[in-house]
Design a protein. Structure first.
Length: 463
């Protein structure tokens, strides 16, 4: 960290010194141009809510634009030049990918009329504290960043978030986020902005397995699909920073990617139509000061009926196992500590409960025979307690979310696992998860493996 600070300070000092050699001339010319451009601008403030607005979240593009402002000595705070210490402090936020660019186009043409560097933490505010004075004319902005970069900004050929207001009497805007991952895919097929910097997202999602009940999808023949509504109070590079996320779905039949020794002898079966619900939100901040970003998640699946003998392709007499119902309650606490390029530390934990049914299928009956019908519904449940610790980074060329899990089950066994999602440019990546149990009685739990590893490539298309 010290070496990084020395290098950063040296580079900034060189840039700052070079720009200050002509500070009297450059600063005067810039301020003069700013006054001229603003005086010539046709005021269309009455149409501000209808103008096209968006946020640049691409870290590399932000750095490129910021560097041009430094070179041209075009950064001001309250109309005045800034010192070297202020420049260094502001630049650290750029390096940490905690700054985005807020933009607005003019109402009557395609030129930019508002440009500002803004900290992500200020995006929720109605009157945000910008990093520097905003630029309020596109031609002045073009003088600073150059024609090529200015055209790139206008054409939006990069990762950005659209904030334009959509009226009921106009054509809806459609924006897509396709996240292909066999374990947890989603497709955001429509969104709308309710105010300047918040957004609703409507999505279709999938889910294979549930690590919080130590149940990977690799060993179950059901896949959960459904719809989700997510509300972001402020736009962020980190998709997990929502105010609330509500999901409703059902479990459908699925195949097995691997067979042979990988799948347990008595692998799990889907034995009935079910309903799946999940509610997650940053609600603690309304009750406890300083708890913003601490997401509470409640997740549950409940089976509504039982399948019949004809629904299974098994031996004339066979035994099958099924997890029909489960519920989990968890808390995730992000931003515990900042480890620089390694990422931000986050901690989490929770409890979960899941049942296990043991059925017998015979050619003489049409219904499934519950071999443990002497147990009540509640007696079929076992319970887990789990703790997570991880680091995540959402900015830069490589993004990652890596964590470890420790869990204990009331059946008398525990588990230790590790998982990670690594993305390149928020477009390509891999999801890898490994879990190892200890103290597991394999004779009593033939449906559950003592070790598992699951993985999936990731492809994300955002436009």
């Amino acid at each position: 960290m010290k070496l990084k600070n020395i290098i950063t300070g040296s580079l900034l000092f060189i840039l700052f010194a070079v720009s200050q050699n002509s500070a009297q001339t450059t600063s005067g010319e810039f301020d003069k141009q700013q006054r001229i451009y603003e005086s010539l601008e046709y005021n269309t403030v009455a149409f501000n809510d209808l103008k096209q607005k968006w946020i640049i979240a691409d870290p590399l593009l932000i750095r490129e634009i910021y560097n041009r402002f430094v070179v041209h000595n075009a950064l001001r705070i309250n109309g005045s030049n800034i010192s070297m210490d202020v420049l260094k402090a502001k630049t650290d936020l750029i390096f940490e990918s905690k700054v985005v660019i807020d933009l607005r186009k003019r109402y009557y043409d395609d030129e930019i009329e508002f440009f500002a560097f803004i900290p992500e933490s200020e995006m929720q505010s109605k009157k945000p504290n910008y990093l520097f004075d905003p630029i309020k004319d596109g031609y002045l902005l073009k003088d600073v960043v150059g024609d090529k970069v200015y055209e790139k900004i206008k054409t939006q050929g990069y990762f950005y978030s659209n904030l334009t207001k959509t009226n009921f009497d106009s054509k809806n805007g459609y924006f897509y986020d396709v996240y292909i991952n066999a374990l947890e895919p989603h497709v955001t097929f429509w969104n709308t902005t309710s105010a300047d910097r918040n957004k609703y997202l409507v999505s279709a999602f999938g889910k294979w397995g549930n690590d919080q009940i130590l149940l990977p999808g690799w060993y179950s023949d059901e896949y959960i699909v459904g719809g989700a509504l997510t509300y972001y109070q402020s736009i962020s590079n980190d998709l997990r920073k929502y105010l609330y996320d509500i999901r409703i779905g059902t479990a459908v039949g699925a195949g097995y990617p691997f067979r042979g020794g990988v799948v347990p002898r008595d692998h799990l079966r889907n034995t009935g139509q079910s309903i799946y619900v999940r509610a997650s939100g940053d609600i603690l901040k309304y009750f406890i000061d300083g708890s913003e970003g601490y997401n509470i998640t409640l997740e549950a699946k409940y089976s509504l009926d039982e399948k019949r003998r004809k629904d299974f392709n098994v031996l004339p007499t066979d035994t099958i196992y099924s997890v029909r119902d489960y519920i989990t309650l968890s808390l995730n606490a992000p931003d515990i500590a900042d480890f620089g390029d390694l990422g931000v530390l986050e901690l989490g934990g929770g409890i979960s409960s899941s049942d296990i049914y043991r059925y017998q299928i015979t050619s003489k009956t049409t219904k499934l025979v519950d071999l443990e019908k002497y147990k009540s519904w509640g007696e079929k449940f076992n319970h887990n307690v789990f703790f997570n610790a991880g680091v995540s980074r959402s900015g830069g060329l490589i993004q990652h979310h890596v964590w470890i899990t420790v869990a204990y089950n009331t059946l008398g066994f525990g588990a230790v696992g590790a998982a990670g999602q690594i993305m390149l440019g928020e477009q390509f990546g891999v999801d890898l998860r490994v879990m190892k149990t200890f103290g597991l009685d394999m004779k009593k739990n033939t449906w559950r493996p003592d070790t598992y590893i699951v993985f999936s490539p990731i492809l994300r298309i955002n436009y």
